[in-house]
Write a protein that binds this ligand. Structure first.
Ligand code: HEC
Length: 204
């Protein structure tokens, strides 16, 4: 029979090993990328945002297939999924308050939608690496308190300029604080409960 103090020791040893493991993982990430310490955005000295290397481990908010905001539909040469994620810290804060805290980061990645593969006969699945990663950051250092960044690679990205259509559409049409919570099914009820959702789908 294992004595309880031996069991405690085993737990401690495993914990230390797990910590060492995660430290060595961090060390593997190039300096230009980041694991977003406590979910906070990480910038280079010239205010470029470092690529949030671990965003696929954040909280999943939604997938959209071929969503388009233009009345004229452009043929982009194939279907595209987008997937939206938010840092676990910001998600937890939103659930408590219905508001995004400073340092919130949301990612929207685009991936090709494929029909042909393996046993699939109908419908679409996501295939391959993301074709684009866009980040929306809440940070008081920027005019309007939010900034967009577009990553075509893992190199740090410059802020999308204020005049870009991104800011205008998000400001005008997004349900909560320039974010499209009306399309995030686990967060819309939260926003509604706090009375924070504006122009949302299914208003309660
Ligand atoms: C005409 C409206 C419109 C424009 C212009 C627009 N977006 Fe969005 N954006 C949306 C909608 C709608 C969603 C919700 C997407 C979903 O549900 O998949 C969204 C979601 C996002 C998200 C996820 C986080 C959030 O804020 O909800 C990011 C990041 C994002 N857009 C980046 C951009 C960037 C970068 C640009 C400019 C290059 C841009 N958007 C331009 C409508 C727009």
């Amino acid at each position: 029979m294992i004595h309880s103090s031996q069991r405690l020791l085993a737990v401690i040893v495993l914990g230390v090993l797990a910590m060492a493991g995660s430290l060595s993982l961090t060390a593997d990430i190039p300096e230009s990328e980041t694991r977003s310490a406590a979910g906070q955005p990480d910038y280079t000295p010239d205010e470029k945002l470092k690529f949030p290397a671990d965003y696929r481990e954040w909280v999943f908010l939604t997938s959209g297939l071929d969503m388009s905001y233009n009345t004229v539909v452009m043929d982009m040469g194939g279907s595209t999924f987008d997937n939206v994620f938010v840092t676990p810290e910001a998600y937890a804060a939103f659930k408590k308050t219905g508001q995004w805290p400073q340092g919130t980061q949301l990612v929207k990645e685009a991936r090709a939608a494929s029909q042909k593969g393996s046993i699939n006969r109908h419908g679409h699945f996501q295939r391959g690496e993301p074709v684009e990663v866009e980040v929306h950051v809440k940070d008081a250092r920027f005019p309007g308190g939010w900034a967009f960044f577009i990553f075509a690679s893992h190199e740090p990205a410059t802020r999308v300029p204020e005049a870009a259509a991104c800011y205008d559409c998000h400001r005008r049409n997004a349900a909560v604080d320039t974010t499209f919570v009306q399309f995030y099914p686990t967060l819309l009820p939260v926003a509604n409960a706090f009375g924070e959702a504006r122009g949302a789908l299914d208003p309660k």
